[in-house]
Design a binder for this molecule. Structure first.
Ligand SMILES: NC(=O)c1ccc[n+]([C@@H]2O[C@H](COP(=O)([O-])OP(=O)(O)OC[C@H]3O[C@@H](n4cnc5c(N)ncnc54)[C@H](O)[C@@H]3O)[C@@H](O)[C@H]2O)c1
Ligand SMILES: N[C@@H](CCC=O)C(=O)O
Length: 514
């Protein structure tokens, strides 16, 4: 077994690589508008009602149509998943891991094609699409190895005349509900973790990005996953989601998305329904309101670069994105001025060619929500860069910097999920950390400092699941920086970490007396 190493990112300044992704985008352009079925018990099911996926950079362009599940089809998928569980749970974990290794290799060979779909369907710039695809490969490679490690169980002690074992067994049927912002990595990662652990699943991707999910389902079939283990049921969250969350045979729910939907799922899952004989397990990775703190000892150029990259990468549409910069008084103006300079250099546009740092935001609803914060920004601070938007062809929002915002202002508290960063001044480092902690979230954060005592103070007191020093707060790598947050950011499941697979399993003690 080759030791796990994360999939390298593609260097698109290399002409061959640039030509390869361009060719993949051309190929995808030739496939636009196709129909994709549901997959239930291995059977391809086409429905009359469809979810249509559009290019957010070009509102008129249809990426594809996906059949739409309703409650009846969701029930059929549940029955297929229950049947498949009876056999899949007994399949040797090494064989289950092999399916993931093979799938990772299939994706690796078609890497740019997947990234091209992410460019077209989610509006990702090339580098962000490439990172999303690389992360999907990483999840498959990493969780497969994790399962092999767990296969023999964990060591427990035995007394003379006694043989004790501690083994992990799967849970049952899981509902995997994924967001649109990492339409490949998070969707595939949450699905394969559940599957390799021996569970069967119903996968409900976000309705804005179902095509890349449909492509992934094809890969899993090609990799040899038996029928009924992965059932693909895109559909409206409220209708299909609620039905399956409430279902008495649902054993666990793996959800990644917003705070409000996560809370709804958590609440509904806690209610006992007729025929239910277990407590449902909920894995919920939710929103963020992430802060970068800069003190007076920091490399201020690095600080400015880190804030810009973390705030505006993929148009700020990451749960990890920096949306608050808390800067100590003495260097506030210097950092703010440099961030404004760097922000003014960024370009926004269609990312089909590699010309723009930022593409569109995902859809009309996101555009409306994000731009509504421009008025809030004018009330609560001063817009010093950006502040304009254009939805005539696609949903383009300028990267926006808002200065002099109070720590408790809406702009500093609410998840905007777009390219807007608010700046706040702190009188000293301790106050900066207090401000960083004053939201209900606790996902990521970064501290730029050369002062070791400040760094250690932050390590102990900055309450986030992923804390970074002297870099930005986005871009966790599977197996290197396990990812998940505290408080309203979710259950801190730490995707891509050594404890993740176990969340999809239960431990069984057996004790034999001789
Ligand atoms: N913590 C993390 O790891 C992480 C990662 C990515 C995104 N996010 C968060 O996700 C959000 C953005 O994604 P989004 O807009 O897709 O989130 P969302 O909550 O609107 O949707 C997420 C998924 O839930 C489904 N859904 C909606 N209503 C449902 C219901 N009643 N029952 C079951 N499922 C339902 C949606 O269809 C979608 O598939 C942001 O808040 C972001 O911070 C968190
Ligand atoms: N894991 C990603 C964020 C996922 C949420 O959107 C990061 O670390 O930037």
């Amino acid at each position: 077994m080759i030791p796990y190493k994360h999939e390298p990112f593609t260097d698109f300044t290399n002409k061959e690589n640039a030509a390869a992704i361009q060719a993949a985008i051309e190929k995808v352009n030739g496939e636009l508008g196709k129909d994709y079925p549901l997959v239930i018990g291995g059977e391809k099911v086409t429905t009359e009602g469809k979810i249509t996926s559009y290019n957010p950079a070009n509102k008129e362009e249809v990426i594809g149509h996906v059949s739409k599940a309703n409650q009846e089809l969701a029930e059929r998928a549940m029955q297929e998943a229950l049947t498949a569980f009876d056999s899949w749970r007994h399949v040797d974990p090494a064989v289950r891991a092999d399916v993931l290794f093979k799938a990772a290799n299939i994706v690796r060979k078609r890497k740019h094609e997947f990234s091209a779909y992410l460019v077209k369907e989610a509006g990702k710039p090339w580098n962000e699409a490439d990172a999303d695809t690389a992360e999907a490969i990483d999840f498959m490679e990493y969780y497969a190895r994790q399962m092999l490690e767990l296969k023999p169980g964990k060591k427990v002690e035995s007394r003379p005349g006694e043989y004790n074992r501690y083994d992990y067994i799967p849970l049952g049927v899981g509902i995997v509900i994924s967001p649109w912002n990492f339409p490949f990595a998070i969707m595939a990662g949450t699905a394969v973790a559940a599957i390799v652990a021996g569970n069967t699943i119903l996968l409900k991707p976000a309705s804005t990005t179902p095509i890349v999910a449909a492509k992934f389902v094809e890969v899993m079939e090609e990799a040899g996953l038996p029928k009924g283990v992965l059932n693909f049921i895109p559909g409206p969250g409220a209708e299909v989601g609620d039905y399956l969350v409430d279902h008495p045979k649902t054993r666990f729910i793996s959800f990644t998305g917003s705070r409000d939907v996560g809370l709804r799922i958590n609440e509904r899952a806690s209610k006992l329904n007729d025929g239910q004989i277990w407590l449902k397990r909920v894995i919920a990775e939710m929103g963020g309101k992430d802060t970068i703190v800069v003190d007076e000892s920091a490399d201020l150029e690095l600080a400015a670069q880190s804030i810009v990259k973390s705030s505006f990468g993929f148009s700020g549409q990451k749960c990890s994105a920096c949306s608050r910069a808390v800067i100590v008084d003495s260097v506030y103006d210097t950092v703010l001025d440099r961030v404004v300079e760097l922000t003014n250099e960024l370009s926004v546009g269609n990312t089909e060619q590699n010309e723009h740092f930022m593409g569109p935001v995902i859809d009309a609803a996101a555009f409306k929500k994000i731009t509504s914060y421009f008025d809030v920004a004018k009330e609560e601070g001063k817009i010093v860069a950006g502040g304009k938007a254009d939805d005539s062809t696609g949903y383009f929002v300028e990267p926006t910097v808002v200065a002099d915002v109070a720590p408790t202002a809406r702009l500093m508290q609410e998840e905007i999920f777009g390219p807007i960063v608010a700046f706040t001044k702190a009188k000293d480092f301790k106050e900066a950390i207090d401000i960083a902690n004053n939201t209900e979230y606790g996902l990521t954060g970064a501290v730029l400092t050369r002062d070791r005592s400040n760094q250690e103070y932050a390590r102990q007191n900055f309450h986030v699941g992923n804390l970074y020093f002297n870099r930005g707060c986005t871009g966790a790598i599977v197996g290197y920086q396990p990812f998940g947050g505290f408080n309203m950011s979710g259950t801190d499941s730490k995707a891509g970490g050594p404890d993740y697979i176990q969340l999809h399993m239960q431990a069984k003690t057996t004790s034999e007396t001789f």
